[in-house]
Design a protein around this ligand. Structure first.
Ligand SMILES: Nc1ncnc2c1ncn2[C@@H]1O[C@H](COP(=O)(O)OP(=O)(O)O)[C@@H](O)[C@H]1O
Ligand SMILES: [Mg+2]
Length: 395
């Protein structure tokens, strides 16, 4: 995903449409270094016209040898010979004028081609993204969302997805999917230093043909022996083999969850319309902010959003100080699917819940939502209208 830097928010707004969806915006050069440190797979940095020329050349000069596959593109109000000369010396790949969006787009495309050529398609340094589903409360739908989101991200095999059950004491991903894993994360205890792709493969259980599952231990007391180091190595290892790693969590900031949150690229926070949950979600959001976890990559999902309990989405947004990214209504079908061990996403891809989570997943990937399974019944006009009315888009 490209990263766009400019201190002026209006300029960022102007630049974002010229780069692929899902780009990350940063307003200060000194935050860029930290961002890049965690993202070896970044292919382009677009520096806006309000970034000082000296800062831009210093950045490009530093990156020329340390990360040659990441291009720096400089956007200026005007492109003159002096700027071009300085840029060229520093190793800036392209200098383009802000009033020429086509050229910015073309420069970003060239950066991507260079990245692919240097890394090889799929990349020797493949880095999957970690999506953590978190809530400080139990029973709010973390597991339901994790399972169905993993299936949506997998898009019937188009992406490689691993679902990790980090609710280590009471995890129920396996039972929700009717799986009987022979191995779980427990079998990696003691092998922290030897975690590699072949070892990880032996720990996984296949669900259908699109999702692999790393199940939670069978006994709650094993949790204490799953060290943060083990969690971190497992997640880092999975990044190399999978496009997306969806992490279901326990309703607490235990050390394993905190480790996962530290590795997280996209954090999905689940809330429901009740005051105790909202109070705890607010505290959790403050903690995420304090720990600088997934800043600008937190997504609030409101479950049971239609419950008529005197609180609505607007109120939730004002209490939590963040927009609701997606809303799921209460449906007996969701609970029935859990009990049947058959996720709604596979059982009924046309269901409004499945459609909502596919739309949500497309926001995480920055790619268009996949249509419902070709084998399924097409959505009726009435259903389409209903789901459009019930589920809002992010503001
Ligand atoms: N929107 C919904 N409508 C109806 N039932 C739901 C909904 N979301 C979750 N559930 C049910 O609530 C129960 C708890 O959900 P779960 O995902 O296990 O929560 P958590 O993982 O946060 O503890 C499950 O039986 C699930 O099927
Ligand atoms: Mg759960």
């Amino acid at each position: 995903m490209p990263v766009v830097v400019d201190p002026k928010s209006e300029t960022i707004e102007e630049l974002l449409p010229t780069v692929p969806a899902g780009a990350h915006a940063i307003d200060q050069m000194d935050r860029l270094a930290a961002w890049l440190d965690n993202r070896p797979e970044e292919y382009v940095v677009v520096l806006g016209p309000h970034v000082e020329q000296a800062d831009a050349t210093a950045l490009a000069d530093g990156m020329r040898l340390t990360r040659p596959s990441t291009s720096v593109i400089l956007v200026r109000e005007e492109v003159d010979a002096q700027t071009l000369r300085e840029a060229m010396h520093a190793g800036i790949r392209d200098v383009v004028a802000i009033n020429d969006p086509q050229s910015i787009k073309a420069a970003v495309d060239r950066a991507y081609q260079l990245y692919v050529a240097l890394r090889g398609p799929g990349g020797a340094m493949h880095q999957g993204r970690i999506v953590t589903v978190f809530s400080p409360k139990g029973g709010v739908g973390k597991t339901t969302v994790s399972v169905n989101l993993a299936l949506a991200l997998a898009d019937r095999g188009a992406r490689k997805v691993c679902l990790v059950d980090l609710d280590l004491a009471f995890g129920d991903v396996a039972i929700t999917l009717q799986l009987f894993p022979s191995h779980t994360i427990e079998h990696a205890i003691g092998s922290e230093d030897a975690i590699d792709a072949p070892l990880l493969e032996t720990l996984l259980t296949r669900h259908g043909d699109s999702v692999m599952v790393l199940a939670a231990p069978n006994h709650p007391d094993v949790r204490e022996r799953v060290t943060p180091m083990l969690v971190s190595r497992v997640l880092k290892g999975l990044r190399e083999s999978f496009d997306y790693i969806v992490v279901d969590t326990a309703p607490a900031f235990d050390e394993q969850t905190l480790t996962a949150l530290d590795e997280t690229d996209e954090c999905v926070i689940i809330a429901t319309l009740d005051v105790p949950t909202l109070k705890n979600v607010k505290v959790a959001l403050e903690t995420l902010e304090m720990l600088d976890i997934a800043r600008d990559h937190r997504h609030l999902l409101l479950n049971r959003a239609d419950d008529n309990v005197g609180l609505g989405a607007e109120r939730v947004e004002s209490i939590l100080g963040m927009p609701v990214a997606s809303m799921v209504t209460t449906s007996m079908d969701i609970a029935a699917a859990t009990n049947a061990g058959q996720p709604l996403m596979s059982q009924n891809p046309q269901h409004a819940f499945s459609a909502t989570l596919r739309e949500f997943s497309s926001r995480l990937t920055g790619e268009p939502a996949a249509p419902a399974s070709a084998a399924g019944r097409p959505q009726t006009a009435e259903e389409a209208e209903k789901s459009g009315r019930r589920f809002r888009r992010k503001k």
